[in-house]
Design a protein around this ligand. Structure first.
Ligand code: NOJ
Length: 546
């Protein structure tokens, strides 16, 4: 039976949790599910009402749960299946929803399907994966060939990500059913939907011909991203599973998916995460670049938000976010670390009043910033950093500079709760070093100061909820799209208008605002004729139509 879909997510404010780094309740150095339960009060106080939990499945942790060893058990470091049930219940009791990260493009090489596949070419599990006699020149996302030789079989297996994460063969209907069963199991357990990891890569170019982009190993995403069969698979997934639950489905489609593709994807799932707005400072792949060369291109950034709005508004839903567990901290990326308070607040406000379902990433509401470790090894809990170093192409200083700028560890360093040792994240030894700035940047301080970043986010969330119709259904107009410092936009719905003016620079900027606007919130003192460094003001007015 089909279930009525209610689009409850249009009123939601999302919050992403990377469970290994959130809160450690048993002091083994890793965050866990009980730790999340302990902090639900903190989250509901902030006002968020939809939690996205990164993978919780049993895993050898080569890629912290994105390498699934068993879909049906919670990784013991995080707790057990009862803890998950308790988490789901506790979240619901707080009036919040919860979605899990479902990893369906690949598993861990420790998964029993892969172990069986390696034992016997004739086993049904062999066809759950992609094996070939010869490799080609395709490179994957973690700086290595997509092919790894298995000496057990004398064949190469395909992996879009690490060599310990073999891709599943989605052209096999039996494999697809296995994945649908996993999804059903968690929906029956009570979760409210999924963030679907890496779905753009479910189908490959099965000619497996070399990429023409280079004679050497080359990342040519056209070979394994957003191919047409992906949509057939998602259609089936929808009909078999999603249609039968009032669930939210958000696919991760990465940097290659166009807005047209988003419309295609959203025939089958609710929305897609793209990365377009995450790297508008040139940091992506900037390994040879100096820090001076990294500069936010605000004109482009604004245009990208506008492009996605124009493509999706009234046509499909979309998520909004500055960063996730794979990206640098947004204060370091688009803000100014010397202006942490101002820029964190400004960035929060700009995002929270745009069209879409916003996701705050853990610690963003505290102004957490990139780590500045001075040992390369401190970045090694991230497989992509390990591979980069293993390639041996760059000297240590170049690598360090790049990792401080772009490493996924910045988002994964432990959540900073207070000024106690290890920022109150754990009484044990954290698996990733805490950011040195925790004495200044932490939740306790944020909760106690009236003007803190957390309290500013909280107020913005309240205002967003009070004006949700205007924010969600209103038009979006960029004012002065070519201004290199100011991000100014207007939203209009029925007889109301919202005006957001944000300064992405440390310069003082004059602004002109009509007297019929009233100020809803700002991160600076009373004077609203000028915006200070990273200042933001949000105004509202009623439009009197004659
Ligand atoms: C995308 C996830 O966000 C990332 O963390 C992971 O490494 C890859 N998919 C592989 O699952």
């Amino acid at each position: 039976m089909k279930k009525m879909k209610t689009k409850w997510f249009r009123e939601a404010i999302g919050y992403e949790i990377y469970p290994y780094s959130f809160f450690d309740s048993n002091n083994d150095g890793f965050g866990d599910l009980k730790g999340i339960i302990e902090k639900l009060g903190y989250l509901s106080e902030l006002g968020v009402n939809l939690l996205w939990i990164c993978p919780i499945y049993k895993s050898p942790l080569d890629d912290y749960g994105y390498d699934v060893e068993d879909y049906y058990s919670v990784n013991e470091i995080l707790g057990d299946n009862n803890d998950l049930v308790n988490l789901i219940d506790s979240v619901h009791q707080k009036g919040m929803k919860i979605i899990l990260d479902l990893v369906i493009n690949h598993v861990s090489c420790e998964h029993k399907w892969f172990k069986e596949a390696l034992k016997d070419k004739n086993s049904k599990y062999h066809d759950y994966f992609i094996f070939r006699d010869k490799p080609n020149n395709w490179m994957g996302f973690f700086s290595e060939s997509v092919w790894t030789y298995s000496k057990e079989l004398g064949e190469y297996y395909f992996h879009t990500f690490s060599e310990r994460m073999p891709d599943l063969n989605w052209s096999n209907p039996q494999l697809r059913q296995e994945i649908y069963d996993v999804a059903k199991y968690y929906l029956e357990l009570g979760v409210d939907g999924f963030r679907l990891d890496a779905i753009a890569h479910l189908a490959k170019d099965t000619s497996f011909l070399d990429s023409k982009l280079s004679k050497d190993l080359v990342l040519d995403t056209t070979k394994f991203s957003n191919r047409k069969e992906v949509f057939d698979y998602l259609k089936e997934f929808k009909e078999e599973v999603f249609d039968h639950y009032d669930c939210l489905t958000i696919g991760e489609v990465g940097g290659e998916a166009s807005t047209e593709m988003a419309l295609e994807y959203t025939k089958y799932i609710d929305m897609v995460f793209n990365f377009d707005t995450c790297w508008e400072n040139g940091a992506y792949g900037s390994i040879g670049k100096s820090d001076e060369e990294i500069k936010t291109n605000l004109v482009n950034l604004k245009a990208l938000f506008k492009k996605w709005f124009d493509a999706c508004h009234h046509k499909c839903d979309m998520p909004l976010y500055w960063l996730n567990h794979d990206h640098p901290r947004v204060v370091s990326q688009y803000g100014g670390i010397e202006y942490r308070e101002e820029s964190a607040k400004m960035l929060g406000a700009v995002l929270l009043f745009m069209y879409g379902l916003p996701f705050i990433y853990q610690g963003e509401e505290l102004g957490m910033s990139n780590v500045t470790y001075d040992r390369i090894e401190d970045f090694f809990e991230d497989v992509s950093a390990r591979n980069l170093v293993k390639n041996g192409e760059y000297d240590e200083q170049t690598l360090l500079r790049f990792l401080r700028r772009c490493s996924r560890i910045s988002a994964r360093s432990p959540m900073q709760w207070n000024t106690k040792s290890h920022a109150g994240f754990s009484k044990g030894h954290p698996y990733i070093k805490v950011n040195d700035n925790y004495l200044m940047v932490n939740a306790e301080a944020n909760l106690s100061e009236r003007d803190s970043i957390y309290n500013f986010y909280k107020r913005c969330i309240e205002i967003r909820k009070e004006n949700n119709e205007l924010v969600y259904y209103g038009s979006f107009e960029l004012i002065d799209p070519n201004d290199e410092d100011l991000f100014t936009y207007k939203k209009q719905y029925k007889d109301e208008e919202l005006l957001v003016i944000a300064n992405f620079s440390p310069k003082l900027k004059e602004i002109k605002v009509d007297s019929d606007y009233s100020l809803l919130i700002s991160n600076q003192e009373e004077d609203i004729t000028k915006l200070g460094s990273f200042g933001v003001c949000i105004f509202k007015k009623h439009i009197h139509k004659c």
